[in-house]
Design a protein around this ligand. Structure first.
Ligand code: ZN
Ligand code: ZN
Length: 421
């Protein structure tokens, strides 16, 4: 470890109480995608209190960036996503959310930071504070970017569409992190695909409606939809090579209204995951091919329609950047740095570095109680016993999760922006 890093890490305990309070505040006050107004304002307020931070507010509605200029050197961007989920919290924590919120679509639901984005906000604010308080430990420009609506796969794109590239300095490199159900304080990173590309689509299948007692007068979309669901299972099983990663999930199927009515249409919502563009294109082509053919086979009166939504880019960690990140992490975290395996989850972070045309690295931070995790691992029941992201029971332990997530940012910041001289 460099002496600059050692010095700034030694100051970490000085922010613990403040950072814990911030985390509890954000955890208690979660807001849904694109309505993170109070979250936006509180982050801006905290950044304003720090020395020498220029705050660019409202980029993509509720996104914002804190710019810390500290002499010559590279520009490093660190991104944290800030939105919560429509989940009723069941953690039983003393600081559990009891918030009921209204989504940007006007739907009311309980709200919870069930994906741990409150960890991301608090650790980025913590690292930014330490960087502003120890300007002798680094030299360059640090960009603390807070992104809305990651859960909708549109927040990063929205910031880009709202002129992000012209409103902040161009970074040389970009980073982001995510808390996950691994031993708290462990840091995981890998070269290449870190998170899958994701595509969702709504498929409408058309039948001919009629009386349930007279199927001969109809084209039954319930039967058609069932055949489509089964047929789609053959894409991954029979069309992809066994070592090639792909997921095709029909997550929602809507058909019919009453027992003696054959409906005139069915709706399928299909979710696809992949680790490279070729596989992605193959799966999407296969879905359209199979759905079209099944509709024709059933005598469907009208071709099906495909509406794509929630499309996440592949999160693909740059080789050179990630090699450097990994050696810095191995140095700073010792055996708490672990080689990651690619996750089938997805992220829209890539849209930000892609807009600037700069390389990036995205790493994971464990958030689960270390003892409980080790015990579940020993018994081979992690998936069953350790609540994961989006679960109403997902409850990252504050320590050492916040400390490790903050430290990880400081490690890469000082690695890329060493002090002058
Ligand atoms: Zn999530
Ligand atoms: Zn998330």
């Amino acid at each position: 470890m460099t002496s600059a890093l050692e010095k700034i890490l030694a100051a970490q305990p000085s922010i613990t109480d403040w950072q814990d309070d911030l985390y509890i505040h954000f955890h208690r006050n979660p807001e849904l995608s694109f309505v993170e107004h109070q979250t936006h304002d509180r982050i801006a307020e905290e950044l304003d209190r720090l020395d020498g931070v220029e705050v660019v507010r409202h980029i993509g509605e509720t996104g914002l960036v804190g710019i810390v200029r500290n002499g010559d050197g590279p520009t490093v961007l660190m991104r944290a996503d800030i939105d919560a989920l429509p989940v009723r919290e069941l953690t039983g924590l003393e600081y559990a959310s009891t918030v009921v919120g209204v989504s940007s679509d006007g739907e009311t639901s309980p709200v919870m930071h069930a994906c741990g984005h409150d960890i991301h906000i608090s650790s980025l604010l913590g690292a930014t504070r330490l960087l502003t308080e120890h300007t002798d430990a680094w030299s360059g420009t640090f960009l603390a970017l807070f992104q809305p609506a990651e859960e909708r796969a549109t927040g990063a794109e929205k910031m880009v569409d709202d002129g992000l590239v012209d409103r902040i300095p161009k970074p040389d490199v970009a980073f982001s992190q995510h808390v996950m159900p691994q031993a708290a304080g462990d840091i995981h990173a890998n070269i290449g695909p870190a998170m899958s590309a994701a595509d969702s689509m709504k498929i409408t299948l058309f039948g001919r409606g009629g009386h349930g007692s007279m199927p001969q007068t109809t084209v039954d979309p319930a039967v058609l939809a069932s055949l489509v669901v089964l047929r789609l299972q053959t894409i991954v099983a029979r069309e992809l090579a066994p070592h090639d990663f792909g997921v095709v999930t029909v997550g929602k199927m809507v058909v019919g209204s009453k027992v003696n009515i054959i409906s005139d249409r069915a709706e399928l919502h299909v979710n696809v995951r992949s680790f490279n563009e070729q596989t992605r294109a193959h799966i999407l082509e296969a879905i359209e091919r199979m759905v079209n053919a099944e509709c024709e086979a059933s005598g469907s009166p009208q071709p099906p329609t495909f509406e794509y939504y929630d499309q996440f880019p592949l999160t693909d960690n740059d080789e050179d950047v990630t090699t450097r990140v990994r050696s810095a992490f191995a140095d700073a975290f010792g055996d708490r740095f672990i080689e990651a395996t690619p996750s089938s989850g997805s992220e829209d972070f890539g849209a930000i570095p892609n807009a600037f045309g700069v390389p990036y690295c995205y790493w994971m931070v464990g958030g689960s109680d270390r003892e409980a995790f080790a015990d579940a691992k020993k018994r081979g029941v992690i998936a069953k016993e350790i609540p994961g992201n989006h679960s109403p029971f997902f409850a990252p332990v504050m320590h050492p999760t916040l400390d490790a997530a903050t430290k990880a940012i400081l490690v890469v910041a000082t690695e890329w922006m060493p002090p002058a001289g």
